[in-house]
Design a protein. Structure first.
Length: 199
């Protein structure tokens, strides 16, 4: 009989531990996933859009909240076709040599970008602006900033809040194409759209 008692005590203790853990899990106040992350670190301390969500902070009113069962987030609205954007198929527009004005063909792309930002209010947009190596020698970063600013103005006119943009001018320093050819230089005169989580 004593041997039986020494065996049942550990079993009872294990059962008690499981019951305590289950009670603690059911009492958790976590009813929704944590808020969105801020843009990647190291992107410029003075950038007004580099805002990080504090733990426990209430989500903005326009961010879709959890629906249905506790802990189940509402699925995001579907994106317009061709605007997911990834390393293989990035979203980008191109510019004429030495110009910061957008081509007419770029406007439908920008309208779709504005729609994506409307559908995804928790995203911010990094405008990564480039030039070829012959444009404005010694001032390629200025031209890159002008291109990003033109894109930003267009999107702001379509209702996108200015705090949702991060301007990232890289000038001639990250070519996509070969600068020794016309085709390569044309590929380098671009603004890439990088969508990031942010608040």
């Amino acid at each position: 009989m004593p041997r039986f008692a020494t065996v049942t005590v550990p079993i009872a203790a294990a059962g008690l531990a499981i019951a305590v853990a289950a009670a603690a899990a059911s009492a958790c106040g976590c009813t929704r996933p944590p808020g969105p992350l801020g843009p990647n670190a190291g992107l410029g301390a003075d950038d007004a859009t580099d805002r990080h969500a504090a733990d426990g902070a209430a989500a903005p009113a326009d961010v879709p909240q959890a629906s249905g069962d506790a802990g189940t987030a509402a699925p995001p609205e579907p994106l317009p076709p061709g605007l997911a954007g990834d390393d293989t198929h990035p979203v980008r527009i191109f510019f004429d040599e030495g110009k910061s004005e957008m081509k007419e063909i770029a406007r439908p792309v920008l309208d779709t970008v504005a729609e994506r930002l409307r559908l995804r209010p928790d995203e911010v947009l990094r405008l990564v602006a480039h030039t070829d190596d012959r444009e404005r020698l010694g001032r390629s970063l200025d031209l890159a900033r002008e291109r990003a600013a033109a894109v930003r103005r267009y999107l702001e006119e379509r209702g996108v809040d200015t705090v949702r943009f991060i301007v990232d001018a890289r000038g001639e320093y990250e070519p996509l194409g070969d600068n020794s050819t016309d085709e390569g230089r044309a590929a380098n005169r671009r603004v890439d759209f990088v969508f990031e989580r942010g608040r």
